[in-house]
Design a protein around this ligand. Sequence first.
Ligand code: SAM
Length: 587
Amino acid sequence: MADTAQKLITLASQIVSNCLSQDTSSETKTPKMGARNQVYYSALNGECPKSLVPMLTAMVSGALKSKKTLIKCAHDDGLFSLKPEELPTGCGSLCESITASGQVVGVNAELLVVLYEVLLGSRRIRGTSPIVKLVKSRKASLQKTLASRRKSGTEKQHVDRIKMPRFVRLNHIKTTSNEVHAHFESSLNLKFMEKPESSTATLLSGVPKGKYTVDPLLPDIFILPSGTNLHTDSLVNSGAIVLQDRSSCLTALALNPPSNAICVDTCASPGNKTLHMASLMRRDKSGKGGGGRITAFERDPTRLGTLQRRIGEQGAETFVKARGADFMHADVSENGEFKDVTHVLIDPSCSGSGLAADSATGSALTSEYDQPSDSSSKLAVVGGGASDSQKVKNLARVQVEILLHAMKLPNLQVVAYSTCSVYREENEDVVLEVLQKQNKFRCARAIPTWPHRGLENVPEFAKISPLVCRATYEKDGTNGFFVARFERISEDEKGAEKKKKKKKKRKEEGVEDESCTASVSVKKARVTTTKVKVALPPKPPCVTFSKRGNCKFGKRCRFSHETQNSPHHKINVDKSLMEEMDILNEF
Ligand SMILES: C[S@@+](CC[C@H](N)C(=O)[O-])C[C@H]1O[C@@H](n2cnc3c(N)ncnc32)[C@H](O)[C@@H]1O
């Protein structure tokens, strides 16, 4: 038992150490893996038993979130002043250095994890390492130090981690809604609770213990009480149901590919959205799918392995293929490999600033997939302010590039773009820039039934805000998320748009104002009416023909050719007209 506990502490310490070294390392072109993702991969790689994933997650996120508090407590308790001979053998140093102002630099990651467990986490201490022994020996005084800091107001009362409901997505490739209901009721002993009317109320108050329900807005999503441990569940293990945050399901729904769609996921691993797309393409059980397929790009070799494994686990290998390559190198030319692609999903690397724990507490939990760009600029941007982080700007530049590259695909009809970021730079600003830089795609309304749209009260977003979707913990009980849908502009739409622009330009140039336009059209209408209603006068006779019986212009002659007996010859033709006819006939 102590051995398992120590293994968990060691694994948590490794992940915390990775995250802390990323915090201080210089900017890298490819963002590193975030804490959650590292936990996730350690479970997939068998380093952490699935049943212990929730504990590992709590340890890692707790140590990272409460880093400052833990360091201050250890400092006030004198831990960092201990001489090497006062430390248990093999303990190593507790930090790299302490600055003149008392700032602790390079704190030992295992110390943070163990301190978290003793002071804020389970409050129990198991494990066998020298650091565990050290903290154990000072447990009482450390707890006293924390209590006195709180009493004096220097430390806030401990805020519990946000508890989001457990979301479960149905995989149409492997199961049906009825089977999942039966499984929850018989295997998990949960009772179905009426489908809620409003998502906000239910998701924030949570689903009571012993119950489950279905998402009031999004299809195929079940909601279970927060903390329900499904890591060893048989349907999860068989890939029939998938643990996936509600917000992360918005992208595939915004794309909504039909069963015959030819799809690309540009940034796919670990494949949640790819496989959600695949499931949607197999909603209709009447046939074996409509011939659609998905190519899922992933440039990171480790993540590619995970993607491949999950495609197999979820039964999608016949029509979903993982491609270990950078999408930016994909041939998007007229006759290229991807010329038939109709639907593209783009969920690129982002700041990950939308994690619920971040937006609600402002604390430094790392993102699902990538490091947050700048923990100091959180929250400010939720309301539409700006993040000044250079990393966010770099990410946004790449996001625009991926979108523009995809939009070169010759047969592409729909694009869904998403981020788990709250920053406008990665969301609405990206949409505006893409609309500015190409004229083949327009922004269309994504998931019309989703109630929460883009940032309000930002004048430049007025046109796109009602079209895009945002999700927040506060309103939707999810991580912070953003989704946009682009659709190819049809030829008809292009024509109408051109006309509109022309009209607008003329108006701006003052060529015609509203009243002037009206009078012109009336005039035109009159001219047309005159042409239709007034019968044309009969053609006058051809003089040459009537005189000599033939005409060199034949059918091309603009005068009528009549025989000597025809009534034309009896008409007294006006002299001036005759002169004109003569000239013409001679020509
Ligand atoms: C935010 S994660 C994608 C999460 C995924 N869509 C899901 O729902 O499970 C971004 C992933 O895209 C990969 N990636 C980023 N840019 C890429 C590119 N240009 N080509 C291929 N893969 C890329 C990253 O390595 C990372 O694994």
